[in-house]
Design a protein around this ligand. Structure first.
Ligand SMILES: [Zn+2]
Length: 93
């Protein structure tokens, strides 16, 4: 699998997060690019557990920097589990 084929899980840096932006049950891991601490939701952890070599965590700042330097990014729609997780989070907040 090439680097370009890996699934990127976009994450919020811990330093940038507020209580309203962190999904309940999230845990801290490191951005695969810059190693900053990021929040990883339970659903994203599940995706990584199923496909550990095919996923990368990327903080929003690294995503923005990559796009600014011409990186090609294909955004996938949220999985049904991610959609449910997001909706449950915002229903709580
Ligand atoms: Zn990063």
């Amino acid at each position: 699998m090439s680097e370009a084929e890996r699934v990127i899980l976009l994450c919020c840096r811990v330093a940038d997060a507020t209580a309203s932006t962190v999904v309940h049950g999230s845990t801290q891991e490191a951005c695969s690019v810059c190693a900053a601490a990021v929040w990883v939701s339970p659903t994203s952890r599940g995706i990584r557990a199923r496909e550990p070599s095919e996923t990368r965590l990327m903080c929003a700042q690294c995503m923005i920097d990559g796009l600014a330097h011409g990186a090609s990014v294909v955004m996938a729609p949220p999985t049904p589990a991610q959609r449910a997780e997001i909706l449950a989070h915002f229903a709580r907040n």
